[in-house]
Design a protein around this ligand. Structure first.
Ligand code: NAX
Ligand code: ADP
Ligand code: K
Length: 489
């Protein structure tokens, strides 16, 4: 899994790569620029587009100059805008690229930029090299870039955004940020959505062994990481091997949540799925999910007969006693979502009773209800880390780039998913998937990694087809395709 390191460590990462691969830092910059240009030319941007590139004096500016030279070669009309007073203080690779500006590429001061003259702006003013608050002139440059109403593409980071912390000033508001090697931490913070826009991570060939030399508890989960976490089953596997799961979900008026979680557990591969629902509501489950069984809230239930239990979707807030019964009678990790989280928030003494290794799946609102308000995402994540380690619990903080917070302190950002998933019931589907993987014998870590990534992948597949019309059931329909895409049978 890709390690997310600090912005201040990027220079060392580059130096180690350069030595390891016996290339020059100029060649590494060229590689970054080539990967950007390769991505850019695949974006259906017409060759007649007029492209403005703002470039700073550091290596981010060097990237921009190299990108300009390569795009000019592809036939784009390029106009460079320098964001410094004199070129005496350029970094050495920026200087080299400055000297290679081709004939036919215009170069002016940023002050000369006229927004009407361009179709697209590339922002390579500042990257991970920013230290402290933006200086006065830099603020004016950022405002100039932001005055452009068309598409703004940031190179590595929107200029002005610190790489690892929350930002208290105005930065470039990019539509897309194309970042090199690994996502800079601050691109994953929800409070920076208006600066980072969409995020694209481009590989520039830095080997994993180099990242391993850095200490970091932040990771980025990608499709290539998944196979290692999936279990394989053999020819003689029977339905018992695929797990018996129980979903404690649904109440009058909220049976849809139970149906979604149940269907999704079945589609994720569970052998036997039972729902614990109000007896009066049993018909809805039987008619919508005939493959599932039902047991009822008032009956005696042998919780330990199940391999995993998911609790919460549509449960209702009056189930404190039931929640305690599960905790007292089931010693293995459970999945806690929705109303179960609100009951926990109202009764914090329950935290100590939750089986170790369990998975809590709050969205930002539920996280706040549980633990209070935080000024920044990084403060929130620090709190989540301490909570998970001290209680030996896991937490899935849902949203764009859902964060899997493990009980050993590691925090893994998910890369799959799309904005069309922000619709009712999509979280219930995740509960079904996580409970299913736990029931199939996956460790909580593997269940979260496979469940969260695949839930996002199914969301992407459904979103491609249904765009904003997507509903949670569409995501369930794409779970089979998500297995196929990963090559998991
Ligand atoms: N592995 C990677 O990620 C690679 C990164 N490269 C690029 O190198 C960049 C980093 O380059 P540098 O370290 O030269 O840094 P930058 O180019 O990001 O920034 C350095 C410049 O910012 C100015 N600056 C710093 N703080 C400021 C503030 N508060 N207000 C105004 N100006 C400020 C400095 O005076 C300096 O001129 C990355 O962002 C990326 O674009 C690529 O060239 C190669 C590979
Ligand atoms: N903008 C987004 N990008 C990617 N995924 C998202 C986005 N918004 C929501 N999601 C995902 O959709 C799911 C929504 O869950 P939740 O808020 O619990 O919904 P519900 O309670 O309606 O089921 C989560 O898994 C979350 O990560
Ligand atoms: K930039």
């Amino acid at each position: 899994m890709l390690r997310i390191i600090k912005g201040s460590e990027v220079a060392t990462l580059d130096e180690l790569t350069v030595v390891h691969q016996r290339i020059s830092s100029f060649e590494l910059m060229e590689r970054a620029a080539l990967s950007f240009v390769n991505w850019f030319t695949n974006q259906a941007m017409s060759k007649s587009s007029r492209v403005a590139i703002f470039f700073g004096p550091g290596n981010n500016g060097g990237d921009g100059l190299a990108i300009g030279r390569l795009l000019h070669k592809h036939g784009y009309s390029i106009h460079l805008f320098s964001c410094f007073e004199s070129n005496s203080g350029l970094s050495s690779d920026c200087q080299k690229n400055f000297e290679l500006i081709p004939f036919g590429v215009l170069n002016s001061s940023w002050k000369e930029f006229q927004k009407e003259d361009f179709d697209c702006v590339i922002d390579s003013f500042l990257g991970v090299g920013i230290r402290g608050e933006l200086r006065h002139q830099a603020k004016n440059i950022v405002s100039k870039i932001n005055s452009f109403p068309g598409k703004k593409i940031a190179v590595d980071l929107p200029s002005g955004l610190p790489a690892d912390t929350s930002c208290l000033w105005e930065c470039v508001q990019a539509d897309i940020t194309v970042t090199f090697a690994f996502p800079k931490l601050s691109l994953l913070f929800p409070e920076h959505a208006k600066y980072s826009g969409e995020m694209v991570v481009l590989d520039i060939g830095i080997p994993d062994s180099i990242y391993e030399q850095f200490n970091s508890y932040f990771f980025f989960l990608r499709e290539i990481d998944l196979c290692a976490f999936h279990k394989t089953f053999h020819r003689f596997s029977h339905k018992g091997d695929f797990g018996k799961v129980l979903l404690v979900a649904g109440s009058k008026g909220k049976m849809g949540a139970a149906m979604l979680a149940t269907k999704s557990a079945l589609r994720t591969g569970s052998g036997l799925v039972t729902c614990l629902v109000p007896e009066d509501e049993r018909c809805s489950i039987h008619s919508s999910v005939p493959e599932a069984m039902a047991v009822f809230y008032d009956s005696e239930i042998n919780f330990s007969a199940y391999d995993s239990i998911g609790i919460g979707p549509g449960l209702g807030l009056d189930k404190l006693v039931l929640l305690e019964r599960v905790f007292d009678n089931f010693p293995y990790p459970v999945v806690l979502d929705a109303d179960a989280l609100t009951i926990l928030a109202r009764n914090p003494y329950l935290f100590a009773k939750i089986p170790k290794g369990s998975i809590l799946t709050p969205h930002l609102g539920e996280f706040e209800r549980l633990f209070g308000n935080f000024e920044s995402h990084i403060d929130r994540l620090k709190f989540a880390q301490d909570f998970c380690v001290s209680h030996q619990l896991n937490l899935v903080l849902k949203g764009a780039n859902t964060v899997i917070c493990l009980s050993d302190g590691r925090q893994i950002f998910n890369s799959s998913g799309c904005r069309h998933m922000a619709t009712a019931g999509v979280g219930d589907v995740l509960t079904g998937m996580l409970t299913s993987f736990l029931g199939q014998g996956y460790s909580p870590e593997a269940a979260m990694i496979c469940g969260v990534f695949q839930h996002g992948l199914a969301g992407e597949l459904a979103g491609m087809e249904k765009v904003r019309s997507m509903i949670a059931s569409d995501l369930i329909d794409q779970i089979p395709a998500s297995f196929k895409k990963l090559g998991v049978e």
